[in-house]
Design a protein around this ligand. Structure first.
Ligand SMILES: Cc1ncc(C[n+]2csc(CCOP(=O)(O)OP(=O)(O)O)c2C)c(N)n1
Length: 354
């Protein structure tokens, strides 16, 4: 288990105080964005929000290890990674509001976020195979790799097996980044798999699996950077980042219904990554009140601007969810569309928006 906080002085890590502060800045931005998005959802501003509170250390640490031209395969949960990669906050809000066509456009090499569980894993393996082909057969001189994000629940899907199997056989330059937040909705990790860990599953595919303290952003950054280096040399890696989902699965979920079954977890596992990291940086003399205040003020301004931009666009039409898949809707979806019509009429949706 790789860990820096509590085990090493900052001067014994590969990171300068400035790099460490930039990670802190992105964690503050990510935390504030999550809080604002949750509040907006509660006002009826968007239909649902999947909070990532507690997972910022893991996500920001992993994003910080990426080079600008590396590919990221995110999910609905990994918005802290997008923020750390400088995807505009307004783009994330517009996507959640059903208006992706109004996103500002950016050139960050991110795939669209996956909502079907694990489907992005074979995609990432395939992109990795494409990168390898371009380099070894066509002589492309790039050195990109792909980072594929997914949750512990995704490891029970067939796509997980297929993606890791292909990557192992074809030496695909991919890091599989499993963020183990303990829950797949209400299902705890010990009911997800009987394996000792998720990292150990990598053995079956012929490559390395490692565990890292996911509430320690510098340890995650170090681990993912090493894994990316290995992947660039044709050896994929499975990283299991152990963290904890502090909130609900989404705003449609009620965790009090299943919290009683919560396993006894060690303190480091449920610790708040932002508080813990701030304390560490202050102890190391790498952070002061002035910097914290500057980051908080800048983040407030960035958030206000993002919300203002997203609000300048009308929310998407709920009927859009029925478009773009079938030319002619099958009977079950026709029924659902009719149900939506009557629901919207009965509930006068305009009132919710006001
Ligand atoms: C293929 C598929 N099956 C089921 C679902 C419903 N579903 C949404 S989230 C979720 C749990 C996923 O848990 P995990 O992979 O641990 O990710 P987390 O939500 O914790 O980030 C499930 C089963 C889905 N979206 N896609």
């Amino acid at each position: 288990m790789n860990r820096i906080i509590g085990d090493r002085d900052l001067s014994d890590t590969p990171f300068s105080p400035e790099q460490a502060r930039e990670v802190y800045r992105d964690m503050v931005r990510a935390r504030a964005f999550d809080e604002r998005a949750l509040a907006l959802q509660r006002r009826g501003w968007m239909s649902s929000w999947p909070p990532y509170r507690g997972q910022e250390g893991s996500q920001v640490g992993a994003a910080a290890a990426l080079e600008d031209d590396d590919w990221l395969f995110p999910t609905y949960r990994s918005n802290a990674m997008q923020i750390a990669r400088d995807v505009p906050m307004s783009d994330i809000l517009l996507f959640r509001r059903g208006r992706p066509e109004f996103e500002s456009g950016h050139d960050v090499p991110n795939f669209p976020q996956a909502v079907p569980i694990a489907t992005q894993i074979p995609h990432a393996a395939g992109v990795g195979m494409g990168i390898d082909y371009a380099q070894s057969v066509k002589g492309d001189d790039g050195n990109e790799a792909a980072l594929c994000y997914f949750g512990d629940g995704a490891t029970s899907e067939g796509d997980f097996h297929e993606g890791l199997n292909f990557a192992g056989v074809f030496d695909s330059p991919v890091v599989f980044f499993c963020e183990n937040n303990e829950w797949a909705i209400s299902l705890p990790r010990h009911k997800q798999t009987a394996s000792d860990s998720i990292a150990v599953k990598a053995q079956a595919y012929g490559f390395e699996g490692v565990q890292v303290d996911g509430n320690d952003p510098l340890a995650v950054r170090e681990t993912v950077a090493e894994a990316l280096e290995s992947a660039r040399n044709g050896d994929p890696v499975l990283v299991e980042s152990l963290t904890y989902r502090q909130g609900a699965h989404t705003t449609s979920d009620d965790p009090s219904q299943y919290e009683e079954t919560r396993e006894e977890l060690p303190e480091w596992r449920t610790a708040d990554p932002l508080e813990r990291y701030e304390e560490y940086l202050r102890e190391q003399g790498a952070l002061d009140d002035e910097f914290v205040e500057e980051v908080e003020n800048e983040t407030d301004a960035e958030l206000d601007e993002a919300v203002e931009r997203a609000e300048s666009v009308e929310p998407g039409d709920p009927h859009d969810v029925f478009d773009r898949v079938y030319a002619d809707l099958p009977p079950n979806l026709r029924d659902q569309k009719a149900w939506l019509d009557s629901f919207l009429t009965d509930h006068d949706v305009q009132e919710v928006d006001d």
